[in-house]
Design a protein around this ligand. Structure first.
Ligand code: BDR
Ligand code: CA
Length: 304
């Protein structure tokens, strides 16, 4: 099994990613860390604990950064609702099970103590990962790779050019992209094609408790605008780990724009090597939408 740490801000699409990761036989989810993003740290942590209770799993959860490194916090409650994961009547979680230590320290311990190198899967703003790399640079030696959901080769969803997870904390993203760790970026190019339509959602509902829970959450995702297809961004990073054949990728030099008055927080992806810089990122540039949807449904079938 491949040991992973998921760094997340649940988040409706985060919930899908977590469900898939927890029940896939190839993955060993060692730790879940939370970061302020879609909604506040308090809310995303509560949501992560609600998911653990729902799934009956005792995977450790640790709360991390409650704000970006430099920028003021933004949120995406317009997409995910006030609570970040509304629409399903979850049981009260056991909040006393939340680890007492900060996510960065919990990650450090897990990475250092692991016999097998750890894969990090960040599906929220990169604040925790940046802090980890600054506080404990030695963890690099035992990180197998980072596969993250974030960025875009073209348009944005938080600004004209910027994707939400990068835009939320661009300085943190810069630290991660410059780290030299093997990095795969599964960004908007993929998320915009990873769509679940109302009929797929209905199919999920009939599958099992998890499918029903996701169906209910989807009724609130983007205020319930189901017809155009819901973007399942975060699950695509897990999809890349489990089924890379669904993707087309290009190795490219990627940098984070920190200054541009119109472009701050965008990923500058040099697909044609204009800069002459060595590629530092494997960029997922395409996915087959039908394959993706079938894959997602098969994964949810494995859940409770
Ligand atoms: C990313 O932003 C968040 O709203 C989603 O959870 C996802 O991680 C998509 O841009
Ligand atoms: Ca997310």
């Amino acid at each position: 099994k491949r040991p992973i740490i998921i760094d997340t801000d649940p988040g409706i699409d985060d919930a899908v990613a977590i469900a898939i990761a927890l029940y896939d036989e190839q993955l060993d989810v060692r730790l879940i860390t939370t970061v302020a993003g879609n909604v506040s740290l308090e809310k995303v942590t509560y949501n992560a604990m609600r998911l653990m209770k729902f799934f009956g799993k005792d995977i450790p959860v640790a709360a991390g950064a409650d704000r970006p490194l430099i920028k003021e916090a933004i949120d995406a409650s317009d997409i995910h609702g006030e609570t970040g994961m509304g629409g399903y009547d979850f049981e009260e979680p056991d909040m006393d099970k939340l680890l007492k230590e900060h996510a960065v320290n919990a990650m450090y311990k897990e990475i250092t103590n692991s016999v097998q190198p750890i894969t990090l899967v960040p599906i929220g703003p990169l604040t925790n990962i940046a802090l980890l790399l600054r506080m404990y640079p030695e963890v690099k030696d035992n990180i197998h790779e980072i596969v993250l959901m974030g960025g875009s080769t073209a348009r944005g969803n938080a600004g004209v050019m910027a994707e939400f997870n990068i835009f939320a904390d661009p300085e943190a993203a810069k630290i991660v992209f410059d780290s030299g760790i093997s990095l795969t970026m599964v960004g908007l190019d993929i998320g915009l094609k990873a769509l679940i339509y109302p009929e797929d959602s209905q199919q999920l509902k009939e599958l099992n408790r998890t499918g029903d829970m996701l169906y209910q959450l989807f009724q609130r995702y983007r205020g319930g605008g189901l017809k155009t297809g819901l973007k399942m961004y975060d699950s695509t990073a897990i999809g890349y780990l489990l089924n890379p054949d669904m993707f087309e990728t290009v190795d490219a030099f990627v940098d984070i724009e920190l200054e541009g008055s119109l472009t701050k927080g965008c990923t500058v992806v040099d697909l044609k090597n204009y800069t002459g810089n060595k590629p530092n990122v494997t960029v997922a540039v395409d996915i087959d939408p039908v394959q993706y949807k079938d894959w997602l449904i098969e994964c949810i079938k494995k859940c409770i």
